[in-house]
Design a protein around this ligand. Structure first.
Ligand SMILES: Cc1ncc(COP(=O)(O)O)c(C=O)c1O
Length: 380
């Protein structure tokens, strides 16, 4: 029997052998084509400056929401968020990871079934695991696959999807998924992390854009992407929120967000409400990037979102290409297995509203050159 230390050393060694060992690094100051800050809100001083806020209450939340951490501002923000997303109610969690875990862990019990898209985020999978429910993954965005799993589902049935997939950038066929959920009396949960600020007239998300907010059981919206802050919310009925306050362990047993976070999230929502033009401009820039990469479009997962995934399909090659792009001044990140399936290693490019046309053009030229180069190398 190995000791724990031997196990850890062996696991690290295995990762290194696979060439997928992760380590932390501080990003150099390059042109950002990697962050989820799609609308540039992390750079917005009117959201993040507290100079004129006096006195700003302590950074420490002081206790959990149920003990001493709750405030009038927290509750007002939840009401504002619910109205904006056309939901009955909202409950803020400290992160999107905790919102997914806290929602899924609480709503499903042994004997229930959760059916989820195979590309769902790690936080969704971890929440499902903690719930003890039966879990079936269906092939990515595959409605037949989903229906097949729903036919054998037992107990209370939930279906979980993202509206925009974080590593692929494509959107889920939510209208069709809603129909299947109705047919099988399943409750639909949609993670809108990467759709918030992008879809819907004012960035309310894909669910509002499609007008299906009444048909979705719960949504998870995160504040760490387009909103440029930190934290997340579950949107749903009043009684779902009441239930989570009672049964969601990641909500109950943690210190509330600092007051400054609540102020920043509140300001970010106000900013989003006035960002129609910015959202339109972002979509124009995404369109511009796609028009410039038409020659290599079969390597890019079809996507109308800011996330454009350039599939390389080889670990070392992906790392090398990303490194060369960074050396030319553009911050892009390689995404390797096990974060994405083996053989689908990729460079994840995020388009932002603050990326200039010239920067997008330069990046597209580099990508076109790199891919032509790598084709030549592969065929040589
Ligand atoms: C789809 C999805 N859901 C949830 C999360 C977690 O959000 P957070 O970063 O707020 O924990 C992420 C972010 O990585 C995500 O991409």
């Amino acid at each position: 029997m190995n000791t724990l230390d031997e196990y850890i050393r062996a696991a690290i060694q295995e990762r290194k052998l696979q060439n997928t060992y992760r380590s932390l690094s501080v990003n150099p100051l390059l042109t950002d084509f990697a962050s989820n800050d799609y609308l540039g809100f992390t750079r917005n001083k009117s959201i993040h400056s507290f100079e004129h806020e006096s006195p700003v209450q302590s950074i420490g939340g002081g206790g959990s929401r149920l003990i001493t951490g709750n405030t009038f501002e927290y509750e007002e923000l939840e009401k504002k968020i619910a109205r904006f997303h056309k939901a009955e109610a909202s409950l803020i969690f400290n992160t999107g990871y905790m919102a997914n875990v806290g929602l899924l862990q609480a709503i499903a019990q042994r004997g229930d079934t959760i059916v989820y898209d195979e590309l769902c985020h790690a936080s969704i999978r971890d929440g499902i695991r903690l719930s003890f429910a039966n879990a079936f993954a269906f092939a990515h965005n595959n409605l037949k696959g989903l229906e097949k799993k729903l036919k054998v589902a037992k107990g209370k049935i939930s279906v979980v999807t993202e509206s925009v997939y974080s590593m692929d950038g494509d959107v889920a066929p939510l209208l069709e998924i809603v129909k299947l959920c109705e047919k099988f009396r399943a409750s639909l949960i949609v993670d809108e992390a990467h759709a918030t600020g992008i879809y819907g007239k004012n960035g309310e998300g894909l669910v509002v854009e499609l007008g299906i907010e009444q048909k979705v059981f719960a949504r998870v919206v995160t504040f760490g992407k387009a909103l440029g802050c930190h934290g997340a919310t579950v949107l749903g009925s009043q009684h779902l929120i009441g239930f989570l306050v009672n049964f969601s362990r990641p909500f109950i047993y943690t210190t509330a967000l600092p007051h400054t976070s609540i102020i920043a999230i509140d300001r970010a929502y106000s900013e989003l409400m006035a960002s129609k033009n910015k959202i339109n401009e972002l979509h124009q820039k995404i369109h511009y990037f796609k028009s410039l990469t038409q020659n290599i479009s079969e390597k890019i997962i079809p996507s109308t979102s800011p996330i454009q995934a350039l599939i390389i399909g080889h670990i070392e090659k992906t790392k090398q290409i990303a490194k060369r792009i960074r050396e030319q001044g553009f911050l892009v990140k390689e995404i390797l297995s096990p974060t994405v399936p083996k053989g689908s290693e990729r460079i994840r490019i995020c388009i932002h509203v603050f990326n200039t046309e010239n920067e997008i053009l330069e990046l597209a030229n580099i990508l076109n050159n790199e891919l032509t180069l790598s084709e030549i190398v592969v065929h040589a």
